[in-house]
Design a protein around this ligand. Structure first.
Ligand SMILES: N[C@@H](CCC(=O)N[C@@H](CS)C(=O)NCC(=O)O)C(=O)O
Length: 220
């Protein structure tokens, strides 16, 4: 059986877990934290998530894992069949990662461990987030899903890419990224209202004490 390595508080882990559940692919979860010997044994970067395929190959990088699942388990596709529409889904995913998730992540130490961050860095992060917000405004169709009437990987990716901007935006920048895009709050509520999202959110809450212990152990 396929194994997903990581932990339930990780938004990147949850993107892949959501896709696995959506596609109905059987898998087991191996709880492991970043940069530990166990994680490094399955992913040389030490980052979460990684996957061991049914054939025993170790793979990492969430976008690679998502594409692998589409290739290896084509039933219940999460990309549209049409090449342009697929590219638009990938464009939304890339925008969410580069201009929302990654910049917001720079403020995570401030939000989680109360580590001081320079105002100049906060200003840089805000500029990039504004680019992301403008792009989502332009690209998302909300019909009712991001790319039209079918749920795609863009929806799954953005749901979890928004986790960090939602956490750090209001607390560190006084900037509510979700409220800044018309329709995004309604889409976010729609995405939360599924058995899969509820399971992932419940697993995430249950993992919080262990995750905070991990954060405390690496912040020493
Ligand atoms: N580009 C990676 C990013 C994964 C990532 O940043 N994961 C976080 C957990 S949510 C992590 O492992 N952080 C530890 C570190 O950066 O050392 C992917 O898409 O899988």
């Amino acid at each position: 059986m396929l194994t997903l390595h990581g932990f339930a508080y990780s938004n990147y882990h949850n993107m892949v877990k959501h896709a696995l559940l959506q596609k109905g692919v059987p898998f087991e979860e191996h709880v492991v934290y970043p940069n530990t010997p166990e994680m490094l044994a399955v992913n040389p970067t030490g980052k979460v998530p990684a996957m061991t395929t049914e054939q025993g190959t170790c793979l990492s990088e969430s976008s690679v894992l998502l594409d692998y699942l589409e290739d290896a388990y084509p039933d219940t596709p999460l990309y549209p069949a049409n090449a342009e529409a697929r590219a638009q889904v990938r464009q939304l995913m890339k925008v969410a990662e580069l201009y929302l998730e990654l910049p917001a992540r720079r403020l995570l130490p401030a939000a989680l461990a109360k580590i001081a961050i320079a105002d100049s860095i906060k200003a840089e992060v805000r500029t990039v987030l504004e680019r992301g917000v403008k792009s989502v405004r332009a690209l998302a169709k909300f019909a009712p899903y991001l790319a039209g009437d079918q749920l795609t990987l863009a929806d799954i990716h953005l749901r979890y890419a928004l986790a960090i901007p939602k956490l750090v935006g209001p607390s560190q920048l006084d900037f509510d990224v979700v409220a800044a895009v018309d329709g995004l709050a309604q889409w976010d509520a729609m995405m939360a209202d599924s058995d899969i999202s509820r399971k992932i959110d419940a697993d995430m809450s249950a993992n919080l004490p262990d995750f905070m212990a991990y954060v405390a152990s690496v912040s020493k």
